[in-house]
Design a protein around this ligand. Structure first.
Ligand SMILES: C[S@@+](CC[C@H](N)C(=O)[O-])C[C@H]1O[C@@H](n2cnc3c(N)ncnc32)[C@H](O)[C@@H]1O
Length: 443
């Protein structure tokens, strides 16, 4: 037992509770908060795995858990004080989505409330008992059997966005399930430094199905691998590798030595482009507006022919480039597997400022590429406002000829990536984040 947990709560649940609270109270990120808390509270091995499952699962499911808690408490969750609410979420998750026995889930939740909100012990006890009277399928039947957002814990606006973006509407539930499955770690074997086959042999991973540089890891902490420490490889979703490689491989007319990454932080795609540039006598300029993220890019591209510039990409000026990447800031709805809290934190009103910025950055990229050169517009969101609509609207606003290049042949092994010319990858279909890629050639 941990002294700071008031002697009553086991360390794994205490760390999970503190993580959930930090995410809700301080707008924290679970993937940053949790590792620190695990170390601070000396939680290792199976306990650490249990704490991670509880924290990530509770955060991922929180909208659906709230619906159950509200029904059991007979009041909206906004009327429950935050520490009790987070303890109930953690308790409800254990009751409805884990094998933890009902009495253990209830007793540990009451103990937690005794520590963090002693005035609410009776209330928490009663709510937990009501929740535990039936299992999750029965709650679903009671609260909304046809509500896929409730069933798979996605806000309605995100479900609508996915339905709009999917070319095969029947795959919606597969996509929602994939979002609730933790993403495996992918490594990128930096071209010219190590092959994917050698990296797979060294790490015990497997070569990815699509990209020439991708290795999938079954488990373990990727930063600990010697190849990553020695700068031969970096952590990067295979979908991100595919879109960066497609830009590097797209045919351009004329010279091919000046490449630009207009939204570079934290530097994964700059590192891959820089590795490819090194093999082709090209050089990459990596622009990033946020100083701390520009420093991350500098770290990621050490030893590669990449110049980092900390500046607003919309105002960046230079001689024309042959290839330009706009990996635009976006809602990140295509990477919900990786960020358990993201789906509930993002709001529909995040879209207008983001799409405005995306259009301005893409417009800047079209001005910075030379005639005959190519721009890759990329998002890790499939929301059509951020993908097709941004591309179409920006082409319309750009004063000059733009040809949309079919990106599908540049991802040879990838099937089922849409009707073209853009490519849309999907977690449930390709096992990657839902990356979008549109290739635009200046006439
Ligand atoms: C999707 S992330 C890019 C990820 C990156 N390409 C990688 O693979 O690591 C978008 C980045 O654009 C940056 N950004 C946002 N507004 C920008 C602007 N006006 N100019 C340049 N960068 C910007 C953000 O700070 C963020 O680091």
């Amino acid at each position: 037992m941990d002294a700071r947990s008031g002697h009553r709560v086991d360390p794994a649940r205490w760390v999970a509770f503190q993580t959930i609270s930090a995410v809700h109270r301080d707008d924290g990120y679970a993937n940053l908060v949790l590792p620190k808390l695990l170390t601070e509270h000396h939680v290792h091995g199976l306990d650490a795995a249990f704490a991670t499952e509880l924290a990530y699962g509770t955060l991922r499911q929180s909208g659906s858990l709230d619906a159950v808690i509200a029904a059991a408490a007979d009041r909206g969750v906004e009327r429950i004080d935050p520490p009790t609410r987070d303890a109930l979420r953690l308790g409800a998750y254990q009751l409805l989505h884990t094998r933890v026995a009902t009495h253990a889930a209830t007793n540990t939740t009451v103990d937690l409330v005794r520590t963090v909100a002693p005035g609410a012990i009776g209330f928490a006890n009663a709510v937990m008992r009501r929740i535990g009277r039936q299992d999750w399928p029965a709650w679903l039947d009671e609260l909304g059997p046809d509500d896929v957002g409730l069933r798979y814990a996605h806000p309605p606006w995100v479900v609508r966005a996915f339905r709009d973006a999917l070319d095969k509407k029947s795959e919606l539930e597969d996509l929602l399930v994939a979002d609730n499955t933790p993403a495996p770690v992918h490594l990128c074997a930096r071209p010219g430094r190590i092959t994917a086959a050698d990296l797979a042999a060294e790490t015990g991973g497997t070569v990815g199905p699509y990209g020439a540089y991708a290795v999938h890891l079954a488990e373990g902490s990727p930063g600990d691998h010697p190849a990553v420490k020695r700068g031969l490889a970096h952590v990067q979703d295979e979908g991100s590798q595919l879109v960066a490689t497609a830009l590097a491989d797209a045919p351009v007319d004329g010279p091919d030595s000046r490449w630009l990454d207009l939204c570079a932080g934290p530097g994964g795609k700059s590192a891959l482009l820089g590795s490819l540039a090194a093999l082709r006598d090209a050089r990459v300029t990596a622009v990033e507006v946020a100083p701390h993220r520009a420093r991350l890019v500098e770290h990621a591209v050490r030893g590669l022919p990449v110049d980092v510039v900390c500046e607003d990409g919309r105002e960046f000026e230079d001689d024309p480039f042959d290839r330009v990447l706009v990996d635009a800031p976006c809602t990140g709805l295509g990477a919900l597997r990786r960020r358990p809290e993201a789906r509930w934190r993002r709001q529909p009103n995040d879209l207008p400022p983001l799409t405005r910025l995306q259009r301005e950055l893409l417009l800047a990229a079209l001005r910075l590429v030379r005639p005959g050169g190519i721009v890759a517009y990329v998002t890790c969101s499939p929301h059509i406002n951020e993908t097709r609509m941004t591309v179409n609207e920006t082409i319309r606003r750009f004063d000059g000829g733009i040809e949309q290049v079919d990106a599908r042949p540049l991802m040879e092994n990838v099937t089922d990536s849409g009707d073209g010319p853009a490519v849309q990858l999907w977690p449930h279909r390709h096992g990657t984040d839902a990356m979008f890629l549109s290739l635009l050639k200046r006439a």
